[in-house]
Design a protein around this ligand. Sequence first.
Ligand SMILES: *[C@@H]1O[C@H](CO)[C@@H](O)[C@H](O)[C@H]1NC(C)=O
Ligand SMILES: *[C@@H]1O[C@H](CO)[C@@H](O)[C@H](O)[C@H]1NC(C)=O
Ligand SMILES: *[C@@H]1O[C@H](CO)[C@@H](O)[C@H](O)[C@H]1NC(C)=O
Ligand SMILES: *[C@@H]1O[C@H](CO)[C@@H](O)[C@H](O)[C@H]1NC(C)=O
Ligand SMILES: *[C@@H]1O[C@H](CO)[C@@H](O)[C@H](O)[C@H]1NC(C)=O
Ligand SMILES: *[C@@H]1O[C@H](CO)[C@@H](O)[C@H](O)[C@H]1NC(C)=O
Ligand SMILES: *[C@@H]1O[C@H](CO)[C@@H](O)[C@H](O)[C@H]1NC(C)=O
Ligand SMILES: *[C@@H]1O[C@H](CO)[C@@H](O)[C@H](O)[C@H]1NC(C)=O
Length: 380
Amino acid sequence: MQLLFTLQTVASAITIAAAASPQPTPIPPPTGSYYVGERKLAVARTNPNNFTLPTNLISDFLATIFYPTKTEGRTAPYLESVTAQEWAQVYNISVDLLTSLTAKLAIDAPGLSNASQYPTVFFGPGGGGPPTEVYTTLLSDLASHGYNVIGIDDPHEQQYIRWPNGTGYYGSGAEDETTDETVYVRLAETTTMIDRLDLVEKALGTKVNRHLLGTFGHSAGGDAGLASMLYDRRILSSVNLDGPFQGGPFGEDGTTVPDFKRPVFLFGTGVHETTAVDPTWNETFPVNQTGYWREVVVKGSLHIDMSDITFWKDTAGVHSANLGPIDGRRMVNITRTWTRAFFDYTLLHCREAGKLFNGPSSDWPEVEFKAGSNGSHHHW
Ligand SMILES: *[C@@H]1O[C@H](CO)[C@@H](O)[C@H](O)[C@H]1NC(C)=O
Ligand SMILES: *[C@@H]1O[C@H](CO)[C@@H](O)[C@H](O)[C@H]1NC(C)=O
Ligand SMILES: *[C@@H]1O[C@H](CO)[C@@H](O)[C@H](O)[C@H]1NC(C)=O
Ligand SMILES: *[C@@H]1O[C@H](CO)[C@@H](O)[C@H](O)[C@H]1NC(C)=O
Ligand SMILES: *[C@@H]1O[C@H](CO)[C@@H](O)[C@H](O)[C@H]1NC(C)=O
Ligand SMILES: *[C@@H]1O[C@H](CO)[C@@H](O)[C@H](O)[C@H]1NC(C)=O
Ligand SMILES: *[C@@H]1O[C@H](CO)[C@@H](O)[C@H](O)[C@H]1NC(C)=O
Ligand SMILES: *[C@@H]1O[C@H](CO)[C@@H](O)[C@H](O)[C@H]1NC(C)=O
């Protein structure tokens, strides 16, 4: 069974976009007290675990860093123009609707001098795209609260990325031939990125934290973030946004999920409301776990609502069978708040943030608790 949800092929584009030329519209602004910097790096992939990796011709991956800065950003369209074109096509909307979306980011600004006081977290986008930039609302929000966030795009998997030197690269826009390859390539890239934090420090002109490390990702990115945690002991905590366990250490069908022994947050959409679509979450995963974990689902959301595309519903008239009825801005609030709370709790040991995970609350009526455990040990 093919479990990984490929975002673009499932998008059923049925929208008719408004004809008038759209006004610039800001994406939901970050909620933290810092301005947000953005910087891109090309990083050479190494193969530290000696996996057999496909597509060896492509040796660099793209790291997009979102980080706190004292430099105020400039408001500008937030998507690369080719990315906007690609995704306007996927959703059959006018490209103006996407190029009119803006964000205030301080491109290449220096990092905070005390950046190392805050955790460093590594993000993986959905399988076969969209790329990291289509998760800017979530990533820039974490950065505004101090986190140094590194999104990792595999150029082969994405439809398009632009390298820091300006060269555009068109990939396949599809996952690798097998999910094993997809997972192992991403795993190698994540581990390489952790090894090469010196490049990040050089780019930002400041030290970053090398101990408080977490992974998170959407779909295949969440799956690979957890696979990375199994192989790389430096990763202390992980958030999986709606990704089934599949490939690599989990087997092609996700039938083997070892004990992570560290905090795991399965943060799902309506796709995980029942086991019908993905039995790996509530049937396979819990069997071996001894660590702290939670599984929640956001009622009214569907798979793609975990990306920025959730608010393209309202601002750009995007429709898809994989977007739920939940209000896009509300979904952004939920995704941001719960992801950060999990990292605040498990990396910074913030008790207040941990309270969110004790059970349902009237502030978050959409968030349904499915399962969880406080773990038999607290190594974190
Ligand atoms: C795309 O949108 C146009 C109207 O803007 C419509 O005529 C066309 O049928 C749509 N194509 C698909 C495949 O839905
Ligand atoms: C990688 O693994 C292969 C197959 O097991 C082995 O032949 C090779 O020597 C290993 N390479 C390194 C650098 O460890
Ligand atoms: C980092 O420095 C800023 C001032 O630039 C300060 O507001 C913030 O509290 C510091 N953060 C930590 C964790 O020390
Ligand atoms: C730009 O950077 C990419 C990634 O490092 C590299 O593959 C490409 O050759 C570079 N292009 C130029 C024109 O230097
Ligand atoms: C539990 O972990 C063991 C050892 O990693 C593995 O063999 C087994 O398949 C796992 N069980 C499940 C249900 O994932
Ligand atoms: C998994 O979730 C489904 C739907 O909520 C539920 O019926 C089933 O009992 C759950 N399975 C386990 C092992 O908790
Ligand atoms: C996010 O949701 C919480 C809980 O419902 C609410 O208190 C808060 O004001 C919301 N924040 C934003 C920015 O909408
Ligand atoms: C975990 O511990 C908290 C605080 O003691 C408690 O409120 C919660 O019910 C526990 N949750 C689980 C799933 O055991």
